[in-house]
Design a binder for this molecule. Structure first.
Ligand code: CU
Length: 157
C-alpha cells in the first residue's frame, strides 16, 4: 500500500515537472551590480556585476542597453607587458550552473557615450538581451569609490 502511494506521488511530481517548462522565467540572476562614479568630464563609466545561471544550458548575452549611455558594451580585460588591454566582448556566455563575474580590475561593462552626469546614489537601468530572446533587467547604483582604499590597485582607462 505504502509503495503504491509513493509511486503515485512520484508520478505527480513528474507531471508537475513536465507542466512547468516552457518556463519563460530568466534563469540568469544578477548580483551586486554597481557603477563606478566617473569623473565629471568623462563620457564613460564602468559597471560591475555577477551573473549567475541556475539553468542547464549556457546563456548567451548578445546585446546590452542602458538608460544612461548610448553605447554600453562588455569588455574583457587582460594584462600584457604590465598594461591592461581591453577588448569588446561581442557575446558574453553565462555557463550552465555557473557564473561570470565583472569585477574591478577585470572584465566589466563599459557604459560608453554617457548621456548625463552620474552622481553617487544615482540609479542606472540596464538590460541584457540573450540569444534566446530573454531580457534581463539590471538595476545598479552609482558608487563614489575615490576614497576607497581597496581601489589603489586599479588602473582602468
Ligand atoms: Cu573598458
Amino acid at each position: 500500500m505504502r509503495n503504491k502511494k509513493m509511486q503515485i506521488r512520484k508520478l505527480m511530481m513528474a507531471a508537475i515537472l513536465l507542466l512547468a517548462p516552457g518556463c519563460t522565467a530568466a534563469e540568469v540572476t544578477v548580483e551586486g551590480a554597481w557603477v563606478r562614479m566617473p569623473p565629471p568630464v568623462a563620457d564613460t563609466a564602468a559597471a560591475y556585476m555577477t551573473l549567475n545561471n541556475s539553468g542547464d544550458t549556457d546563456i548567451k548575452i548578445i546585446s546590452v542597453e542602458a538608460d544612461v549611455a548610448a553605447k554600453p558594451e562588455f569588455h574583457s580585460a587582460s594584462m600584457h607587458d604590465g598594461m591592461i588591454h581591453m577588448q569588446k566582448m561581442d557575446v558574453v556566455v553565462v555557463p550552465a550552473h555557473g557564473k561570470i563575474e565583472f569585477l574591478p580590475g577585470g572584465d566589466h561593462l563599459m557604459l560608453k557615450e554617457l548621456n548625463r552626469e552620474l552622481k553617487a546614489g544615482d540609479h542606472v537601468m540596464m538590460k541584457l538581451n540573450t540569444a534566446d530572446g530573454q531580457a534581463i533587467d539590471v538595476h545598479a547604483a552609482v558608487r563614489d569609490m575615490r576614497n576607497m582604499p581597496d581601489h589603489a590597485d586599479e588602473h582602468h582607462h
